[in-house]
Design a protein around this ligand. Structure first.
Ligand SMILES: C[S@@+](CC[C@H](N)C(=O)[O-])C[C@H]1O[C@@H](n2cnc3c(N)ncnc32)[C@H](O)[C@@H]1O
Length: 281
């Protein structure tokens, strides 16, 4: 009995190892990991412990920081990132995008739109943007568009690239857009649907860490979405990330952040045009 209890205790994530991992997560990804998250982190890493065949979290931590453990970094990051997302999440943003944002850009002669989803998770955000932009092309409000979608997690990028989603997850897509831009399942019993090739062709995916010193995204963007990732960062990191994102925006380009996020006190070269939507001066 005592031996079993000892074994169970050995398997737990102790506070010293937690601090080692938390410091690394913060430095590498910017994600804050206060001690209140110890149970969450333990839960998320338990699968990695089993997959690596290591017997406790101390060994796992040593392996991760060892030169031979570099391959584990990708799995570790996949495990620690929170990837919750939805199609048409925070739908007001997409009303603002297809209304005032696109008409303002078109009025200023921008008809070939470059947009960036900078923490794209499994792809719901960039494909929602693609539906809005494809509709704008059909109405001849713009001529064409290209979307860059990036994230830190390789696993979500793979899922996003595949673009196959459960029907329930696709519920928020309005019926008229679903009939145009989602492919019906081939087999009757399947409930999964894939985003149409027409949209997929317009979205390119890449791994990009928002903690990097610069963002090699090519020509400046007409709009950047950075939603529901800033909440994981402290103020100092938010300022650095948003300043770099602003450098990637055209003057007159638009920045969208999550509804629960704020830029107050960050001293950025933007002014608010709608709730959590900003234009670069
Ligand atoms: C909660 S999801 C938000 C997805 C989408 N933007 C939305 O609002 O639905 C947060 C995403 O940020 C990504 N992320 C976390 N830290 C990051 C970093 N340092 N660089 C890039 N992406 C990061 C995570 O992998 C995750 O997919």
């Amino acid at each position: 009995m005592a031996g079993t209890a000892q074994a169970a205790q050995d398997e737990g994530l102790n506070i010293v190892t937690f601090h080692r991992l938390a410091a690394f997560i913060y430095e590498y990804s910017g994600i804050k990991m206060p001690p209140s998250k110890i149970t969450m982190l333990e839960g998320r890493l338990r699968r990695r412990l089993r997959a690596t065949g290591l017997s406790n979290f101390e060994e796992y931590c040593d392996h991760l920081f060892d030169k031979d453990g570099e391959g584990e970094l990708v799995n570790f990051i996949d495990a620690v990132t929170t990837n919750k997302t939805d199609f048409f999440r925070e739908p007001r943003h997409f009303d603002v995008m297809q209304g005032p944002v696109l008409s303002d850009l078109a009025d200023r002669g921008h008809r070939e739109i470059r947009a960036w989803s900078s923490a794209c998770s499994t792809g719901a955000e960039p494909y929602t943007m693609a539906m809005i932009l494809e509709e704008a092309v059909a109405r001849r409000d713009i001529d064409s568009y290209a979307i860059l979608a990036t994230d830190l997690s390789s696993d979500v990028l793979q899922q996003a690239h595949r673009a196959v989603y459960d029907a329930q997850f696709l519920d928020p897509v309005p019926q008229d857009l679903a009939s145009k831009y989602l492919m019906q399942p081939l087999a009757r019993h399947r409930t999964e649907m894939r985003v149409s090739p027409k949209l997929r062709r317009r979205v390119s995916f890449a791994r990009l860490n928002l903690m990097d010193e610069s963002y090699p995204v090519g020509d400046a963007m007409h709009m950047i979405f950075c939603r529901n990732v800033l909440i994981y960062f402290d103020k100092q990191t938010q300022r650095k990330v948003l300043s770099r994102l602003c450098e990637c925006l055209l003057p007159g380009g638009f920045l969208f952040i999550g509804h629960s996020e704020s830029i107050v006190g960050l001293d950025l070269p933007v002014r608010q045009v709608a709730n959590t939507v900003f234009v670069k001066d």
